[in-house]
Design a protein around this ligand. Sequence first.
Ligand SMILES: O=P(O)(O)OC[C@@]1(O)O[C@H](CO)[C@@H](O)[C@@H]1O
Length: 340
Amino acid sequence: MIVTFTANPSLDRTVALPGPLARGEVQRAVSVRQESGGKGVNVSRALVASGLESLAVLPGADSDPVLAGLRESAVPFISLPIDEPLRTNVALTEPGGVTTKINEPGPVLAADQQEALIKLLLESSRGATWVVLAGSLPPGFPDNFYATVARRIREAGNGNAPLIAVDSSGTPLAAALTDAGTPDDGTGTSGTTTGSGKPDLLKPNAEELAELAAAAGFAPASGDELEADPAAAAAAAAAVVRSGVGAVLATLGSKGAVLVTADGAWLATHPPVAAVSTVGAGDSALAGYLLAHGRGAAPADCLRQAVAHGAAAASLPGSTVPAADQTTPDAVTITALRKD
Ligand SMILES: O=P(O)(O)OC[C@@]1(O)O[C@H](CO)[C@@H](O)[C@@H]1O
């Protein structure tokens, strides 16, 4: 079973515009839709859509629309009741798929609620194959939250802990790398990265990869530069892998994705799709990777399914996530890359 953890879930409200976004103008929406979202929630939704077992761990009052949406779509979840409502994130989509997103900060969770969430996650992830720690952190959370949680999952697993994937951004993402100890400092116990709280898998986009690579001491490059140059993205990801992370799956938008492990580096590309909404494409890519990993697929084929899932998600409206049978892995081209 794959457990996902979303500290800052959202009700995703997608407003489809009839034309380009016009700042300062009144525009009439063509349609509006709402889905339960947040990065970990989306990974769970995508896994469940393909018939996999997944459990979403998140905060939220029983009556919160985010939880109601999960119930409606039969996505298993366990929540820590809180008083404040979860946030609403708005996506404005233009014809052609250009998406503008406005994400709220989310409810404030006190230190005791943060600890209760960690405990809920530790209990829920016993026996899991993977734990996915995903998304931004609500206000008041320490930046090193993911590093701490990863270490505690490893400690609780006592040599038999689930693998850990992290998909976040900004300081919490960088801290998942820099505050997680070193491979030989004895702070952790299992995973492909023994002896640290470092993730077994990181799933950055190009911009996040640039930040991670800088945190790993790699020569600075911008997200745009990495997105335009998969070889540079692979070199940046390799620097992150050398710092003790098991694997980096870097999604590069319409350019596909790069996977780097200790053993190799690959680029996967998909023929262009008619993009409708890119929201959740990265989360779907991570779900595709995990789905193939669970089948025992080789790294390049995990990457293939990741890109197939990401492309399918971009062609669907709002935060809709695809099922495996809506994806076209055979259309994906894999190229081996140098990793240093
Ligand atoms: O504000 P965060 O946590 O970084 O991202 C939240 C979010 O944009 O991520 C998902 C798409 O990846 C959406 O469902 C959700 O609205």
